[in-house]
Write a protein that binds this ligand. Structure first.
Ligand code: FAD
Length: 283
């Protein structure tokens, strides 16, 4: 498989960099081809602005979606953005690796998404009318590919559990999993999470590396989070609300968008297994 790892940490000697090397070595050892986009090392420009559209006449208002779509169609996006889009098309698997900063991804990675996911590439795909709302959430340009997060946190596993003060990790990651990865079509694998990363000792690192190697070896066989597809009939169009009666009893919020009781239970079990294993690795 072709694997793209997008890496967002400013320090080459960091724990994240050491884990990235473990992941890359494990993937290459299996014969996969790996590309790394090291955003800080590349000096990635995080903000989307006028400089992203050199062909835009100065008097024209910068309306990002339409201008981005025109530039994509005309092949007039900047070289750095085009190169990342090429890598995404090349990769069968996308890995996004980052330390959890303020409950989300570092700004440089969010900026990578904003700039690389141009209109016509990652959104604005397919027919949009009163009976169809485009190709997204399970369909789209990147459908058929897999994606997975590799995340380290200062907080403990318990802090991110169902009753933990930080909120459940699967809910904090929902905007990335569902909104950024599933939206343009990726099948989203359960994340690799290393909790309590700031307190990691050598033994903890070795355990975490072992877990990460295992996740890299099982990329091809790990079941994806069973999100509902937009165009499989579960949603009313154009309000895009889940049809009444389809929800898991008692489910609300993000959990509504998981396919079925069985699928939801399978996902919870899978996440719990992965997280337990990783907690052992970090304690
Ligand atoms: P590093 O600082 O590089 O290393 C962490 C530890 O790993 C060190 O003690 C190091 O000695 C050890 N280590 C063991 N083996 C190795 C090895 N081989 N190589 C390198 N190091 C090793 N946490 C949260 O839970 N929620 C938040 O919302 C949150 N927000 C944050 C916001 C900011 C701006 C910052 C700076 C931190 C935040 N944190 C948060 C904490 C953050 O998630 C952790 O600091 C981060 O995940 C640790 O990863 P690192 O790669 O930076 O670790």
């Amino acid at each position: 498989m072709n694997v793209l790892l997008v890496f967002a940490h400013p320090e080459p000697q960091s724990l994240n960099a050491a884990l990235r090397n473990v992941a890359v070595q494990a993937l290459e050892a299996q014969g996969h081809e790996v590309l790394v986009s090291d955003l800080y090392a590349q000096g990635w420009k995080a903000q989307i602005d006028r400089a992203d559209f050199p062909a835009l006449p100065p008097e024209r208002r910068l309306k990002v979606p339409s201008v981005s779509g025109e530039a994509f169609t005309a092949g007039a996006l900047t070289m750095d953005v085009k190169a990342e889009q090429e890598k995404l098309l090349w990769a069968d698997v996308l890995l996004l690796q980052f330390p959890l900063w303020w409950f989300s991804m570092p700004a440089v990675l969010k900026g990578w998404v904003e700039r690389v996911y141009s209109y016509g590439f990652a959104y604005g795909i397919g027919r949009h009318d009163d009976t169809r709302w485009g190709d997204r959430y399970g369909e789209g340009r990147l459908a058929g590919k897999k994606a997975m997060l590799i995340v380290t946190t200062g907080g403990w596993h318990e802090h991110y559990s169902a009753r933990g003060i930080n909120g459940p990790m699967e809910e904090l990651l929902f905007p990335i999993h569902h909104g950024i990865l599933y939206y343009p079509g990726y099948d989203v694998l359960p994340p690799f999470i290393l909790y309590k990363a700031d307190r990691l000792d050598k033994e903890g690192f070795n355990q975490a590396a072992k877990r990460l190697r295992l996740r890299m070896r099982t990329l091809g066989t790990t079941a994806a989070i069973p999100y509902r597809r937009q165009n499989d009939g579960d949603y009313l169009i154009p309000t895009m609300q889940l049809r009444p009666g389809l929800e898991h009893p008692g489910a609300s919020g993000f959990a509504l968008h998981l396919k079925s009781d069985e699928a939801r239970e399978a996902e919870e079990l899978l996440l719990a297994k992965v997280q337990d294993a990783e907690t052992v690795g970090s304690s």
